[in-house]
Design a binder for this molecule. Structure first.
Ligand code: SF4
Length: 354
């Protein structure tokens, strides 16, 4: 298939079929960057309110840079991958303070920013600065694999090289931004993973996958994500109407977010007696009313499956023990403002607002 035909067909499809999304109405790199980072972990429908809230709270990159990290994490709450929010904040500081609030205007320079990989750099460089550099994301892999009948594993080095090369050759000479938008949108809404609309497709007659009955087999992705199973026992310590929250400082999921006091075990079913409890918690349990453990809840993250039980420990007013430095008592209003993983936030709300 002729490259020009491919690009023109895509752009024609996009002109008539695309969704009207706010970050497509601008060439300002700040909202474009914001939207790309948010959309890395969520679908458009879910990401849109986050995008709007961020822009409302921080209309410029300098506003975002000046915000306390806790506020940024709080606003990000529910999107997961909190390291991306921290990178977002650090990059905003770098752009605001080191680059005078001006984003680098080329793919090469954008790649030097924290949290910006080849895909995001290509999106910003093309959408904001019209640079002719092709985006290659999951949507693009799928569209190219199907239309050109490429059966290389998209996770292999060979596959990635092939797709990147093909994408660079195909991108429109004259409208790179429009082309990139078009191919991503086509993959997102038309040539979708499980229900591509082949009957009404402009590539129907030339698409290799369609012509050879391999739509469901392409793209090929051999590497399976390894899922780690973890067992969490959360202790919810309350005293005089306040609740102890733990700031997570280790290099782990939910870094810099608040959860309850956590005891993690290697095995699923642990009783209170068999849990490895620190001495302050043993003392707390000994002096308090402790609830039965909650039902087991399974919380699923991309690479982890967490099985959680909650234990409520109502401490007497005169309880005193030295607490771990990361653990601190907060009022309900204060907890509302803390950044928390969705799992914790949901349980906390159910506990206090039922
Ligand atoms: S014909 Fe089907 S598989 Fe091929 S590009 Fe169109 S929607 Fe995708």
């Amino acid at each position: 298939m002729n490259n020009k035909f491919f690009a023109e067909t895509l752009i024609r499809w996009y002109t008539h079929q695309h969704r009207d999304l706010p970050w497509r109405q601008t060439q300002n790199p700040y909202p474009i960057w914001l939207s790309e980072i948010i959309l890395q972990q969520t679908r458009v429908v879910q990401g849109l309110p986050y995008y709007e809230r961020f822009l409302e709270a921080y209309p410029t990159v300098t506003d975002l840079a000046n915000a306390p990290e806790q506020d940024v994490l709080r606003l990000w709450q529910g999107l997961g991958y909190y390291s991306r929010a921290r990178n977002l904040h650090q990059t905003a500081k770098h752009v605001a303070y080191q680059l005078n609030g001006v984003f680098p205007a080329s793919h090469k320079e954008l790649l030097k920013l924290k949290g910006i990989g080849p895909y995001t750099a290509a999106a910003i460089a093309s959408f904001a600065f019209d640079e002719r550099v092709a985006v290659v994301d999951g949507n693009v892999y799928r569209v190219l694999a199907r239309i050109f009948g490429i059966d290389l594993d998209i996770a292999s080095t060979e596959g990635q090289k092939k797709f990147a090369q093909l994408a660079s050759e195909l991108i429109s000479e004259t409208s790179p931004a429009l082309y990139n938008q078009a191919i991503m949108e086509f993959g997102a809404v038309h040539c979708t993973p499980t229900s591509p609309d082949c009957l009404l497709c402009p590539f129907q007659g030339v698409c290799e996958a369609n012509l050879t009955g391999r739509v469901a087999q392409l793209p090929v992705k051999l590497k399976k994500t390894k899922v780690r199973v973890r067992y969490f026992h959360y202790f919810i310590l309350t005293k005089d109407g306040q609740l102890a929250m733990n700031l997570r400082t280790e290099r782990d999921i939910w870094q810099q977010l608040y959860d309850f006091y956590l005891v993690e075990t290697e095995h699923p079913d642990a009783t209170l007696d068999s849990l490895p409890l620190p001495s302050f918690l043993q003392k707390a349990i000994y002096q308090s009313v402790v609830s039965q453990p909650s039902e087991k809840i399974t919380h699923i993250l991309t690479h982890q499956r967490i099985q959680v039980r909650f234990w409520q420990v109502a401490l007497p007013s005169d309880f005193y023990s030295e607490l771990p430095p990361s653990l601190q008592f907060f009022s309900q209003e204060e907890i509302d403002e803390l950044p928390k993983p969705v799992l914790v936030s949901t349980y906390w709300k159910a506990m206090f607002f039922k």
